[in-house]
Design a protein around this ligand. Structure first.
Ligand SMILES: [Zn+2]
Length: 155
């Protein structure tokens, strides 16, 4: 029997909105579910929930995974699988959520959003290893780089 997303997780309240919680113990490596939603073919598309599928495709996820929150030390990850049509043309990628470690029942399931530095916001995930920003690790230096100012008096 294959367990579906609704067997593994439920949507619950967190202080700043909603989150996804383990409904039962989730063993490491479990595919918690497929992220279903509307695929949008528009390179300029950006919302706070959308997942970049590569190329011009974005996925606007439906619940429950719409409510996955970010953590700098996540217990789950997004897996994006490239898909092609029978004739070899690229189809919108498929997205699954996979458990990176054993997730005890009742724990919030969180992923690392890995945003680019241009979209980064301050992170409040509370992890001891918090990067301070919701941003991909390799883009972090762009945000924390110290700036030098050279003030010229112009009037
Ligand atoms: Zn953080």
């Amino acid at each position: 029997m294959t367990l579906m997303a609704q067997d593994w997780v439920r949507v619950g309240k967190v202080p700043f909105g909603k989150g996804v919680f383990a409904r039962q113990d989730i063993p490491k490596g479990t595919i918690i579910g497929h992220v279903e939603g509307q695929v949008i073919d528009d390179p300029g598309y950006a919302t706070s929930y959308c997942i970049d599928l590569g190329g011009s495709f974005s996925l606007e996820p439906r619940a429950p995974f719409r409510f996955l929150n970010h953590c700098c030390t996540p217990n789950s990850c997004l897996c994006i699988q490239d898909v092609v049509y029978e004739d070899g043309t690229p189809a919108p990628a498929e997205v699954t959520i996979e458990a990176l470690c054993d997730i005890p029942k009742g724990t919030e399931v969180r992923i690392d959003y890995r945003w680019s530095a241009t979209g980064a916001i301050k992170c409040l995930c509370g992890s001891p290893a918090c990067r301070g920003w919701v941003v991909a690790e390799e883009e972090l230096p762009q945000l924390t780089k110290s700036k030098k100012r050279n003030t010229k008096q112009v009037c």
